[in-house]
Ligand binder design. Structure first.
Ligand code: PHE
Length: 359
């Protein structure tokens, strides 16, 4: 094609497009067809775009002139497109307004709001009580070193809890050296961690999940504990009894019976366990023998406790001649089961909405 042919084609093209686009736009009655028509002129494969590609073939002195004309035309087309789009939208809105009204009698779509898991609620309730007594809340890791979970708490190396049959050990990486890692079997690891980095006086509670090789109606391989410990000069067992009795009665009411039984844990001396009257069957005034939760005994064990052993104080660098303290470890699941009358602990971890929406 010689240069004058190109000029001719260009002029023809511009003229054809400027004659055609308005009519084509007003014939489009839907947004979609309007967009198709617009693309036919200004899209990447459009007619006008095709002309613009011819510009380098025009004689030098005409390029500027035709370039300007084409751009002007493009602006015009895009402006007309925008206006037509607007008018189509307006027409559609008017048609909708003129049509039948919105039917407000149709039922709405509901969604059920979420709620806290009964275990989490119980945890919050328990923490609230201890916070009101002035305890700090801290958390510890669930994957723990053997020494923090056992050794520094005075477990002898052959204690059954340190056995593979009873605890979940984790293969440590070669970089860890011979250190043994496991899923903590109780929250008492936090005693070691927290006491090692603070000096008395201190009062701490620490909630968290713990893991044991156990699985039946009242034992789950994963469950929740709250550890508590208080260290100062002149702390006595009477204070331990006072704090725990008050805490339990705040949760279950002041008429709930609480009993302390002697028991053994390597990290306390003396040690004990606390039972509370089965809130489920309230058997302590009726002597029911059929309750599934307390198995007819009318008592439920909810925590272990005691005066912190001098051995533990030595491990964390406290002088056992100067300080005394108490510690307790409370099973949150047990408390939740009692508070909400749940007879199988496994229900707490199955995530069945038929169960969870009852709380
Ligand atoms: N760690 C003990 C357990 O899990 C509970 C406990 C904590 C006992 C603190 C005494 C003092 O059984």
């Amino acid at each position: 094609m010689n240069e004058s042919d190109v000029v001719y084609r260009f002029e023809q093209g511009l003229e054809r497009i400027s004659r055609a686009y308005r009519a084509a736009f007003s014939e489009s009655v839907t947004e979609q067809s309007l967009r198709v028509v617009n693309a036919r002129f200004t899209g990447p494969q459009g007619e006008l775009t095709g002309l613009l590609k011819l510009i380098p073939e025009l004689p030098k002195e005409k390029r500027r002139h035709f370039g300007q004309l084409s751009n002007q035309l493009k602006d015009e087309i895009l402006e007309a497109f925008r206006q037509r789009l607007e008018s189509l939208a307006r027409t559609a809105l008017e048609a909708e307004m003129a049509g039948p009204h919105l039917d407000v009698t149709l039922p709405g779509r509901f969604h059920t709001p979420g709620r806290l898991h009964p275990l989490i609620r119980t945890k919050h309730e328990l923490l609230d009580v201890f916070i009101s007594f002035g305890f700090d809340v801290v958390e510890g890791p669930e994957v723990e070193l053997h020494e923090n979970n056992f050794d520094k708490l005075g477990f002898p190396p052959d204690h059954p809890a340190t056995d593979m049959q009873d605890s979940f050990f984790i293969a440590s990486s070669p970089a860890d050296g011979p250190r043994k890692l496991l899923l903590r079997t109780h929250t008492s690891n936090v005693q070691i961690r927290e006491m090692s980095r603070r000096r008395p006086p201190l009062a701490v509670v620490s909630p968290g999940m713990v893991y044991r090789r156990d699985d039946d109606v009242t034992h789950s391989p994963m469950f929740m504990q709250i550890e508590g410990f208080l260290v100062d000069r002149h702390v006595t067992f009477a204070q331990l009894k006072g704090v725990l009795t008050r805490a339990v009665q705040r949760l279950f009411g002041s008429d709930i019976p609480v009993r302390f039984r002697p028991s053994y844990f390597p990290f306390v001396e003396p040690g004990g366990e606390v039972d509370i009257g089965c809130w489920f069957c309230r058997g302590w005034d009726k002597r029911s023998t059929e309750c599934r939760v307390c198995k007819g005994t009318s008592w439920l064990e909810i925590l272990g406790c005691g005066m912190i052993h001098p051995f533990v104080f030595e491990q964390v660098g406290y002088d056992p001649e100067k300080y005394t303290g108490f510690a307790f470890g409370l099973g949150v699941d047990r408390v939740a089961m009692l508070r909400y009358g749940i007879s199988d602990i496994r229900l707490l971890f199955e995530n069945d909405p038929r169960f969870l929406t009852q709380f």
